[in-house]
Design a binder for this molecule. Structure first.
Ligand SMILES: [Zn+2]
Length: 168
């Protein structure tokens, strides 16, 4: 069963069935005829066509790198790139927290500390995000949440192990 939709020409409250058809039809609201035949969705009731919704262009890699938060991320590719590579993403935040922890250890003559704070060997989740084409949307979300959890862990270690450190 086809889903019923709004036809601005005959069914403004919904109930119209649209089907893909090739040819020229009048526009659903302007009533103007198409100049060239094409595949479009045509209303079964009145024979007017519905223009395809224009999809917003994909964010480029560089645009994703420059985002300052997650609000414009639309899909798993966007999320994976942002959290693996962007300055405001989960990996860079985790890395910065690890570097701060390592610096505090160094300043205090501590040589050994938990693996979770060694970002340079703890790259598993970041590497998975970098290869997001091979990963499912679920897996991408999982790796992002693990990165965020690791960052939180190191942040808590900072607060616990170096409570008197200067605030940055
Ligand atoms: Zn119609």
């Amino acid at each position: 069963m086809a889903k019923s939709e709004v036809c601005k020409n005959c069914c403004p409250d919904g109930g119209a069935i649209f089907e893909l058809d090739f040819g020229c039809w009048p526009h659903v609201s302007t009533k103007e005829w198409m100049a060239e035949p094409a595949w479009v969705k045509v209303c079964n009731n009145c024979g007017h066509y519905k223009p395809k919704r224009k999809s917003k262009p994909k964010l480029t890699f560089d645009e994703i790198l420059n985002l300052t938060d997650e609000t414009r991320l639309k899909n798993k590719r966007d999320r994976a790139i942002f959290h693996a590579f962007a300055e405001a993403g989960a990996w860079k935040k985790y890395k910065a927290t690890c570097e701060e922890y390592a610096q505090n250890c160094k300043d205090n003559g501590i040589e050994k500390f938990p693996v979770v704070a060694h970002h340079w060997i703890n790259t598993y989740h970041r590497d998975k995000l970098a290869e997001h084409q091979k990963e499912s949307a679920w897996a991408v979300n999982y790796h992002v949440s693990r990165l965020k959890a690791d960052a939180e862990k190191v942040k808590a270690m900072l607060a616990q192990d170096f409570p008197t450190r200067e605030a940055q």
